[in-house]
Design a protein around this ligand. Structure first.
Ligand code: 6PG
Length: 251
């Protein structure tokens, strides 16, 4: 596991941009495209800042983008992770192909307004479609997952002690009791996240300083971010600022 901490947010963004560029280069050399899953929260803005420094050397038309999680709201809603990414990334950096930005679309709720499982199933179909020709069939293998970590140790829409942490069949699942509003969300499941070739957690601010020692240093922690971090530590990087990392063991 690699843990990086920087004194300023702009340095976190710069390092993240360089890291994503290197993962993009590796993926392009290997299979000519870059498959990526994005979270919401504070991540898209940090990512956008970092990528703006790399944009001349990246062909965004080769990006195949999924969402690590999404809120059950219309895509244009201000709470939508897609809407945030569109505003700060897709509408700003050049070359993204709309058909390669795979949204979790609540239009599939129209047939049955209560059935968020239908939205999850539809998203799983999109994953099957995009990853079908790849060598992996049982679980999609993303080149990169970019995740946040909440002050309670959640990541994606996988929350502490939630039954979804035991999901080992579905790739995508609904959650209707999210402690972080809104309650209704769709999330990638742990098997999909832990099969990614690389996973970066991007977390800044003092509100995270109490949970990070538990997530990163406590080898018995059952918190979602800890479970993912420990599954394949060699694939995991943490991008923090010094406020967030203040209570980590620096020795
Ligand atoms: C969401 C996010 C969620 C987020 C964390 C951290 O839709 O709410 O995808 O998993 O990444 O809550 O968010 P912050 O970085 O804003 O603290």
């Amino acid at each position: 596991m690699s843990v990086y901490s920087f004194s300023e947010g702009s340095s976190v963004a710069k390092a993240l941009g360089q890291y994503v560029k290197s993962k993009y280069d590796t993926a392009m050399a290997k299979h000519g495209r870059f498959t990526l899953a994005l979270s919401g929260g504070s991540l898209p803005k940090v990512l956008a800042e970092g990528l703006s420094q790399q944009k001349d050397n990246i062909d965004f038309s080769k990006w195949e983008i999924f969402f690590a999680d999404e809120r059950i709201v219309p895509l244009e809603d201000e709470n939508s992770n897609y809407a945030l990414c569109k505003e700060v990334l897709f509408d700003v950096l050049p070359g993204f192909v709309p058909e390669q930005i795979h949204t979790i679309d609540t239009k599939f709720l129209k047939q049955n307004p209560l059935d968020s499982q239908a939205v999850a199933d539809e998203y799983e179909k999109q994953l099957v479609h995009v990853f079908a020709n790849a060598s992996t069939v049982k679980v999609p293998v993303f080149d990169l997952m970019l995740l946040g970590c909440g002050p309670d140790g959640h990541t994606c829409s996988l929350f502490p002690d939630h039954e979804l942490l035991d999901e080992d069949v579905a790739w995508v699942a609904p959650i209707t009791d999210s402690p972080k509003p809104p309650k209704e969300r769709i999330t990638l499941t742990i098997p999909v996240v832990t099969h990614a070739l690389s996973v970066a957690f991007v977390t800044t601010g003092a509100a995270k300083q109490d949970i990070l020692p538990v997530v990163i240093e406590d080898t018995t922690s059952k918190l979602p971010s800890a479970l993912i971090s420990r599954a394949h530590p060699d694939r995991i990087s943490w991008f923090l600022d010094d406020d967030a990392s203040a209570k980590l063991d620096k020795s």
